[in-house]
Design a protein around this ligand. Sequence first.
Ligand SMILES: [Zn+2]
Length: 339
Amino acid sequence: MKIFTFYFLSFIITTFLTAQEKPLPVLDMHLHAVPVDMNGPPPVSMCAPPLEMPVWDQKKTWGETFVEYLKRTDCDNVITSPATNEDLIAKTLSALQEHNVYGITSGPFLKNYLSSDRIIPSLFFELNDGITPETVRDELSSGKYRVLGEVIIQYNGISPSDPKFEPYAAIAEELDIPVGIHMGPGPPGAGYLPPFAGYRAKLDSPLLIEDLLLKHPKLRIYIMHAGWPLLDDMLALLYSYPQVYVGIGVINYAIPRKEFYYYLKRIVDAGFGKRVMFGSDQMVWPDAIGRGIEAIENADFLTEEQKRDILYNNAARFLRLSEEEKKEHFKGTSRQADD
Ligand SMILES: [Zn+2]
């Protein structure tokens, strides 16, 4: 009887402690603070991940077809955007809390998220009429931003090695601010959607960054969608430029899972597992954060150590987080920062 009481008590205590324990921390290198109608009138839905990509019959415009694609709910893994901006903010912050995530965050609504200590600000960047090297230097020197990104010049139809981007890369290098650059997929059919019409798939290739890296060897940079689907170009770049990291935002929930695993496995098998960083690219779907984390946790080709590298350690090294910052992130979990 005594033994029974002992086991019963330890069961209660363990259950209590486990319930209190936070999951191990995650660094999300690709989080957005955007309006809820960014991808069309809310709510918009998607199968995350989908089994197949959309097919366009041009009897309708691509815009109409894409909106229909984003209204689909005929799958058991659908994610749906909230109806209002307030709800999007609240649900995103609660997803960060639930999964113990700290996010490199950019976008026009960033200021609405800053009250949370889980938000690490990043300066969103596109080439438009208002932007000059001076304005970017001022912003980056202010100490407000940890990263310059998401750099979305692929949507301006501009390569990272283009002289138009060079002055900005030079400033980031000089100030030692890491840069996150979009190289890889936009929305399907981006070129036919007015807000994304400048997008060109030929700029997916990570090799286009080569000249910039040679000119700026101290530039810390990560390729935000791992250049998907140009795997060979991505591997060639990682091999030749050992300072380059990759992010796996969007491809962990918006393309078929089998393809994401094939792509990630090749990068890891080729020896670059210490340079892959988790990113959600959560825009209007707070549940995308959990889907992306689950994709890594369920990847049976990764060891536990490789999973932790992708979810936290690689980004902590890339960002050069201080010991205090790491300690803070591990508070309330089952491990210490240096375990
Ligand atoms: Zn992107």
